[in-house]
Ligand binder design. Sequence first.
Ligand SMILES: [Zn+2]
Ligand SMILES: [Zn+2]
Length: 329
Amino acid sequence: MSREEVEKMVESIISNIETIGKWDQVYQDFNGLLCYHDINTARIAQAALDKGIFFPAKIYRNASPKVRDQLLTRLFDPACDEASHLLLCLALQGDEVVQEAFLKLERNPLPWRSKLYVNPSVYAHHGGWHFDERGNRSSLCFERCYTMLPGDGVDQAAKVGQLLEQHCPHCGCQLIDVLRLDGLDERFSFLEVDGVLAIPICPNCITFTEETFVCYDENGRSEIIPYEPPLTKNYCSEDELQEMSRNQLTLSTEAVPKHYASGGDEVITIGGWPDWVQDAQFATCSDCGQTMKFLAALPWNVLMDCSEGTLYIEICTDCRTLCLFHQQT
Ligand SMILES: [Zn+2]
Ligand SMILES: [Zn+2]
């Protein structure tokens, strides 16, 4: 799309903003522009606020300070009956003023808090950031994003679904490096991994385990931290393993927009923002207790036809620890 076409579509979204909550044309146009063209949403946010629309929250990603303050005024009304929507919108905007307000509300909850399941700090995770009780902030997502595209296998910067020699001690299934990255490739400089990052898993156990932790060094030697075996039967056939390992997926030459995963296509993403199948989920590092950062997501269907769900991988570079978990509808 040309700049003019994008602009025209933004205008059309603004004039039909009241229909965006219907998951129809306007929603799809907006989502496509956000995910594939990384548009600034400031004007759309203003139009939504003018009509009292607070869904989807990502409209408010680039909301201006003026719009942000109007959302905050509504939220600080003790009788606010749309706190959950407002918290999400503000989390997506997520600047320092929002962070301060969230911290204040976390310490001194207003009456509406009793109607919500979680604290403002959990809403912040939906916006890709975290703050602790002292107000220290960290980002939970990388700003840079790459995807994997069909290729000829010459570019070895990233490989997915490679068979390993070892077998799972619990179910006997052959292990795979679900992802193997060359951190020294300049495309991965944002990851702060000074070598090869290998991510081994048991493809059978992983979908049944709540969280699997992996320790890595930067020489491609990684170890799965022992877990409670979720089952002993192996449902993963030899054919499926072969199918998975035959892929020729290759790292994209250029970065893609950071919300690329949410565009509606099933794509592998490394860096950027996750598209959650269920709720936003950021693991706690088993070593240092910090909230981990989103590293990559692999919809299984990309590797194996007719598979369900997505594998999420998170990282703590301080402890060289990874956490992997599966979500499906
Ligand atoms: Zn296993
Ligand atoms: Zn850690």
